[in-house]
Design a protein around this ligand. Structure first.
Ligand SMILES: [Zn+2]
Length: 149
């Protein structure tokens, strides 16, 4: 009894493979190409290939830093521009990964920043962090008395 069940089970396992093999033989006989080279040169294969003359649509856009993009020349006298690359807490220049500048522009900014400090256009010493929460004593934009001059 078990032998019969086992034989039927085995036959069921084998039968799809036999069926596939028959299909494969039928497919191979229907294909007219003799080799892979013939197949790859055929019209049927090449019609779906991408056009090599077209540009790659997945290519990433070239990264360009903001100073190069707008052609801004960094100068030590342009303190307002330089101050945007300086941390207000430490007074140090931000690194390239924060500013997003290219290597050459970052070096130019560093050089001009050093020059601006040397000419005392930018403070070299910044307020310590523990004094950052000091209250403002007065507002210079709103005087208490009118200007006598
Ligand atoms: Zn650049």
């Amino acid at each position: 009894m078990f032998a019969i069940i086992r034989a039927v089970h085995k036959w069921r396992q084998l039968s799809p493979n036999v069926h596939h093999a028959k299909k494969l033989v039928a497919f191979e006989s229907s294909v007219s190409f003799k080799s892979d080279i013939d197949w790859k040169q055929s019209e049927e294969y090449t019609k779906d290939l991408p056009d090599p003359s077209l540009a790659n649509p997945y290519r990433k856009a070239k990264q360009i830093c903001i100073l190069c993009k707008y052609g801004i020349e960094v100068d030590y006298k342009n303190v307002q521009l330089l101050s945007q690359f300086v941390s207000p807490y430490t007074g140090r220049l931000y690194d390239k990964h924060i500013t997003g500048l290219c290597e050459t522009q970052q070096k130019v900014v560093e050089r001009e920043h050093r020059k601006a400090i040397r000419y005392h256009l930018i403070p070299a010493v910044y307020r310590d962090v523990k004094y950052h929460k000091n209250p403002r004593l007065f507002d210079p934009t709103r005087p208490q008395r009118p200007n006598p001059y």
